[in-house]
Design a protein around this ligand. Sequence first.
Ligand SMILES: [Zn+2]
Ligand SMILES: [Zn+2]
Length: 239
Amino acid sequence: MSSHALPDIDALNKYLESIDGISYIVAEEGFLVYWSNDLGEEDAEKMIALAVDLKNVLTNTMGIGGEEFYWTSISIAGRNTGIAYLGASLILIVISDKKELVSSVLDNIMRSVRGEKIKCGWCGGDLTLKTIVCPSCGKRLPIGLGTCPLCGARITIVKCPLCGKPVSVMGRKIVYRRRKGDTAAGIVFLAVAIGFAVAGIIKALAGELVSLPLFLASGIIGWMSAQAFSHKVPVEEKP
Ligand SMILES: [Zn+2]
Ligand SMILES: [Zn+2]
């Protein structure tokens, strides 16, 4: 167990406080330390007593030791409740209508305890216990979710909460690249635009009015060429 690093209790509170759509409780040595505003102190204390009892049951029936780091989920009054036991003294409870939110939050805390960091591909910052903003509903979520549990939108690109650069949900760099097909289309459009322009110049020198629509066509096709050249798609960079 020596590889485990017990997270700072204030940092954990700050992390849990920054996530939308969850209620939470933090207890140390069986005593309530932090709890979210939507929970009453009495209810929070009852939950802690329940978590302590559950831990005793798990220890006695499954042989899970007091120093271990794990989390378990139960349903209390129809709500998804995750109880994390961090070593001998720290207990975290996360409650949400959304199951994925509970597991994502507690998985990230376990990752952090084990030192398995989710790092930003751009700035190298540790994002494991940072929140990202859902690009669709604007709610603050734990990092790592491919779908927003609160609005159902798919999440592929998020802003790094530290440097603001685009990253995947696992922190990988997102770069914008031009596709080969777009480059080819840009070259074709450009060649056609130049052709129309040259024809326009020749007709204009000959004093023919047809030069005007030729110049117009050249302009439109030239603009399409610029669009094709500037069109880039997001690509996740492999580490
Ligand atoms: Zn959302
Ligand atoms: Zn970053």
